[in-house]
Each structure stands twice: as structure tokens, then as C-alpha cells.
Design a protein around this ligand. Sequence first.
Ligand code: NFS
Ligand code: SF4
Length: 656
Amino acid sequence: MDKNSKEKSKEINPKDVTICEATAQMLVKAKRDGVETAFDRAANMKACPIGADSACCKHCSMGPCRLSAKDPYGKVGVCGADIDTIMARNFARMVASGAAAHTDHGMAMLDLFREVVNGNIKEYSIKNPVKLNAVATSIGIEVEGKEEKEIAMELYKELEKTYTQIEGEIPFAKRVPEKTLETWRKQGIVPRGAMREIMEMMHRTHMGVDQQYENITKQFSRTALADGWGGSMVATEISDILFGTPSPVAVEVNMGVLKEDKVNIIVHGHEPNLFESMLVSVNSPTLIQAAKDAGAEGLNLVGMCCSGAEMLVRHGVPHAGNFMSTEAVLVTGAVDGLCVDVQCIKQGLSKVAQCYDTPMFTTNPRCHIEGAQHIEFNEHDPLGCTDEIVIKAITRFKNRKHKVEIPNIVNTGVHGFSYEYINYMLGGSFRGSYTPLNENIINGRIRGVAGVVGCTNPRVKQDWAHVELVKELIKNDVLVLQTGCSQIALAKAGLTTPEAACMAGPGLQEVCETVGMPPVLGMGSCVDNSRILLAASEMVKAGGLGDSIADLPVAGVAPEWMSEKAIAIGQYFVASGVYTIFGVTFPIVEGTKFHQLLFEGLEEQGMGKWGYTPDPYEMAKMMIAHIDKKRQQLGIDKARERVLVDMADRRELEVA
Ligand code: NFS
Ligand code: SF4
């Protein structure tokens, strides 16, 4: 036994690390099968305390330098960098990396769009011309009397600037409420183009460049905004134009969506083009016949993580679970093919897949994984890749060697609330608008709106903080908007059904029942957080709730975050004016100047601010207190008291 394996002695109790029953069941099986997952590794990998506080720097070989969180100003790096510079630079690089991931994804969608419009790719087409016109109009492109192709080409050229523009403001800055934009202009943080912002961010965080935390913060705000109002928004809007805008659809979630008698194929990753092509492949009569010839009942396509969330809201494709369930799902032995593209794909998956003879396929030139087969996805011949994967999965089905154990749990919910649909749902088909939402906030039935988003993380009990927090929020009449892995946690907990309205406070319950909607609205993947930005923007424009996003009674939260993308998202929400709370841990030393700037100072500059607590009940309290403060500033706090008294009276009458 080597030293390493001797150290790996801590055993996990599945019930302590997740509230997802299917995942817990599979962790028990994994232990039986001698298979290790990230839960085991997290228990045996002590997080570095200095790194967790971001009190170290390895930007040059005079270091690495370690400072102390206990005495943050007691020491500086070899170059003289102080704690604020070091933490701000580290934070900035997390933002740059997260923003790069989203913007590169958006650019891949834009590349596809250009080739479709040019006629070079025929396998995809514009599915949603109404959205094409709406997006074009929103950034000042005249659509009247023009052919679809002409509008699309103009839109492409304009949106390309999101990435390549050197001077000026990114195109979607035109969608930002005027006063919010004014704040950005005053602070000098309106993004020019994403490539420029990310490049400048990397430059400024190099050894010996920007060594003033406030100045670094400005640039990472600008970089983050180039993600939220840039790359992510392009990803969402172009995907809607090419593949359709989500509208409410009943979906099945959890590991029970795998079928023992079918060839199970999972797509896990982020870019919908691959998944869309896989959807075509699994519907091919030839391949369905091949599956039947192999003794299967058919082909079963299932999503995971964010591309799964996108296909869930757009097409109602079943979803097997979120980030911390991706290894566990392989332990079922039922997965005949695991197909991935980019982001949030644990390298550990390849080893677990090997244990169960599940072929794992990487498909994107950006992401190869040791032990996985690479079958490159090419948009000019998308089926070439996805058909081959289906064929290989059928072969695995035919030769299944492992006993299959699928947790018998399926939850149904309603997801697919694009910001356009919220408009339609509340405003009716003739004059969709956010006015009814605002009215319900002003009259107090809805106390405020919360965006609950982000990852799951083996450092905390999977799904627990998401679920407990959301229950608290809706109980207090806060309408919840969701994306990413968080909405899968809530779907598994049964809170994305219209019936879940009974768990909401009296005001929110009344609104949900009138409209027939759940109190928790699933909107899609992490790039679809841009839908939340647009919803916030529409709320400002509909009137009555102030002039900027910072005036709204809203808050954002990522209770179980883990990725750099989450930090980028958090920062663009904060810079857009939203109070944003993170759980798990926060990579900054408390009591430092940089901490003070992020947790208080930015708000004084007209933006939002950061908050932190690992406790979901505390999170709910902090968010509700903020929402109430905003209600008070708007002068609508009294209305809520009145409406709640009314409703209580009415209920008493009904009982009598
Ligand atoms: Ni968002 Fe999606 Fe999930 Fe977190 Fe990862 S899949 S982009 S980063 S873990 S929500
Ligand atoms: Fe140390 Fe400064 Fe080099 Fe960072 S840049 S490793 S603080 S010497």
C-alpha cells in the first residue's frame, strides 16, 4: 500500500453527503463495487486554508508567496504585493476564466449561426424567426421590409462585436436600463469587447502591473459584464433563434429516467449544438432499429448538468441529475454511452466509466480527457459524430456485463420559463408585459424576486442548501427564478410543480394559483442567467419599481457554488445592481479593504454587493431583509402589510 492510499482512509456516509436519494443509493453501490467518487476524494482532500482565503500568490517564481489570513497586513509578497492586491488579482483571474468559458461557448453558437446564415451549414436552421427579429430590434437593427437572411447577417455582424470590438460599448449594453448604464459609464466599466476585457484582465494581473485593488475591481467588473450582457447573453439568444425559445413543458428528472431495457445515452456539458444533433440521431429509424436488433426496447436520451438543463427547458428531454450526480449515475451500470463536450466534466468520470465498461466520448476539440474516446463533433457533419456514438452505445448495450441497478425515482415538474414567456404568462397574449409582475410586487402579494442558481459541491451536502433556502424564500412570498444545477435540485425536491404553490406564502400562492404556475421557475442553463438579467431589465422598464436594477426588490444566490464561472456570474450580477450571496466558502479574507469593497463599497457606487453565509436559513434572512429594505426605499412596504391583512381576513371569513 503506498502512502497515498494509506491516507485515503476516511469513509463517507452517503446520507451525510447528499439529500439526493438516488445519488445516495448509488454511493452505497459504489462502495460495494470499490469505486471512488468526488465525494470520497473531497473527504480525503483537506482544502488548503491559505488558498481558500486566497491569501497566496503564484504569479511569478520569486514566490509562490503565502500571506496569513490571521494577520493579513502583517506580511507582503517578495515583490511587495499586499493582501488586497493578491486577493483582488486572484479574484480577477477567476472572473476572467469564468467569463472566458461563457463567452467562448457563446462564440461557438455565433460561429454556428454565421455558417447557417451563409448557407455553409444545412443541418441546422433558424427555428425562431420571431426571436430573430426581436433580438435584432432590441439592438437597433431595422427589420421592416427585410428578408430573414439579411436581418440575420446584420445581427451576426453586430453581435460579433461582443467579442472583437476594440472601442465603444458591447451591443447588448442597449438593453441595460438607462440608470444602470449610467452608473457603469461613470465607473468606466461598460465592456468594449469580451476578448479585449479578458486579455486586459490577464495583463493587469500579471506580476508587477495593476497593484491597486480598486482599480483591479473595476476591470473585473467590466470583464464580468462582458460575460453576463455579452457572451452568455449571445449564447442564450442565438440558441433560442436556432433551436427555439423555451416555454413551459412538463419534464421528468432524476435517475429513474434511465431505462434498463433501453440503450441509455447521456449528454453532459454545455453547448446545445451537440445535444440537438444527438436528439436527431436517437430519432433515426435506422438507429432505433439497430437498437431493437440488439435486443433493446429503443434508444433513451437523457441530459445532465447544464446542456441537460437547456434541453430540458427547450424540448422536455429527461434529466438524470446535477453536477454531483454525474459519477453516481454511471454506477447504475445502465449508461451505455456518456457523451460530453465542455465545462464541469470531472476527469474522475473516465475512471468510473471504465469500471462499468461505459464508453465515454469527448467531442469538442477544447476538451479531451485521458481514458475517454475522442470523436470530434463537426457542425458541418454533426450526425457523423452523434450517430457513431449511438452505434457504440448500442454495442455496449448488447455486451452489458454489469448488473444494472437504477434508483426507482422520477420527479416531474414544469420548466421552461424564458423571460419572454414570463411576459406572456403574466400579461396575456395580446399585450404581454411585466406590468402584472410589478403590480403584484407593488401590491405586496409577491414580496420580491430571487435568482437561485449555480452548482453543487462535495464540500457541502448536495442539494440541501438549495432546497432549504428555496423553501424559506417561497414561504416568505419571494418568487424564485432558477438556472443550472440548482433548478435540478429543486425539481428533484418536487418544488417545480404548480402544486408546490401550497408551500408558498399566501400572497405568492394566490398569484401562482391564478396563473397556474409553480412558485419556482426553471429557466435553463447557467448561460441562461442572462434571462434573469433581462427579466430584471424588463421589471425596471415596466415601471413603478425604481429606475435601475439596483432599486429592485431582488436578490441572487449560489448556495453550493464551486466553479470560476459562478464567480463571474456573481460579479456580473453584483455589477448589474443585485445583492448576491454565495455559500460554501468565499475566497477573500474578512476584514480586509478588498473585502469591504466587495461587500459594501460597490453598493455605495450604485451597484449591488456581495454577501456570504454557508447557512441557507441565514441566506434567506439576508435576502429577505434586503428585499424589504428595497421595498421600503420604494415606498411600497406598507402595501404588503395591507394585502396580507386582507388575505388573512378573507381566510378567516372563509373558515367562518
Ligand atoms: Ni453552472 Fe453548468 Fe452545474 Fe455549476 Fe457546472 S454544470 S455552467 S458551473 S456545476 S451550475
Ligand atoms: Fe510573490 Fe509578488 Fe511573485 Fe506573487 S507576484 S508570487 S506576491 S513575488
